[in-house]
Design a protein around this ligand. Sequence first.
Ligand code: SF4
Length: 363
Amino acid sequence: MTEKQPAPANDSEPPPGGVGRPSLFGLTDETLVTWLGERGHQRFRAGQVLEWVYRHGAGTFDEMTNLSKSLRAELAASMTLFESRIAAKSESRDSTTKLLLRWSDRSTSECVLIPDDQRRTACISTQVGCPVGCLFCASGLDGLQRNLTSAQIVEQAMRVAQLCAPERLTNIVFMGLGEPLANYAATVAATRTINAAWGPNVGARKITVSTVGLPSQMRRLADEGLQITLALSLHAPDDALRRRLIPWAETVSIDDLVAAARYYFDSTTREVTLEYILLGGVNDQPQHAHQLSTLCKRMRSNVNLIPYNPVPTLPYRRPADDAQHGFLLLLRERGINAHLRRSRGLDISAACGQLRRQAASRK
Ligand code: SF4
């Protein structure tokens, strides 16, 4: 292992910037036009500012050299660009890079760059901690601290964009800390900004929102008119096992999720991706593959098998490689469109929540 230990978070540092000032990442092109218009500036200035931020990756207003000095000063006095500080950074041998960001209230969240052939994917968080508490996940161990704002969600994407510059981000997955649909308004607002031509301009079909399954919010998302991918974290093919792994499954049956997934497909024509973390000896047996294939045939879906990234202190293990491939084969033999996701960043604790817990335990 060539793990680069994350730089320790330094609590003697001043807090990150932006206290009390709104973030530019929370504005749309129209709200920025309005803000500038109220101060006597012309409409085209908004385009210039957004181009600096989202095309050139400007980190400060001072870099926006085609704006007057007085406008730059006005912007800097009124709003913030990057609120967070990078509290820790870990880079894997496979180039997966994880950042721990510290916000102005000193809370922390994680985001990850996953480079892969032609793709550069940012995995971002929607909450500080997570309220769901899946038994195999580091993020859920300490519960929910707070929601991230839409600006903070977009800022994570831009922090990851800085890592891959001058190349551009190609994909966004909302699979970091938190349950995106439990922070619905901020998740949708951030998605619209990330997708916008004036923003990071990541194609809607390259954006994936992952949920543990909130049927009413899945339907609401279907009606937003976005062409994004919905990923449903299933992790078990029947209610009894699912409820042992995911506390929120206690009140939501798989039948409810199938109905919501069918609604999503009917409204968007986008297949739902079923995420299935393979936990050795728990949900990776042949009967589970058979049950899962039967379930898949009830909706238009594809399956993403994710070998578990072990979390120290948790009693779950990653299945052996041949068990993973055997499970995949059983699904494919039954005509299911299934893929086994290649594990990335294993040497940097890339399972979500682990870097955050390491930094917290050092304090
Ligand atoms: S797996 Fe996802 S939903 Fe479950 S606790 Fe972790 S972050 Fe939350």
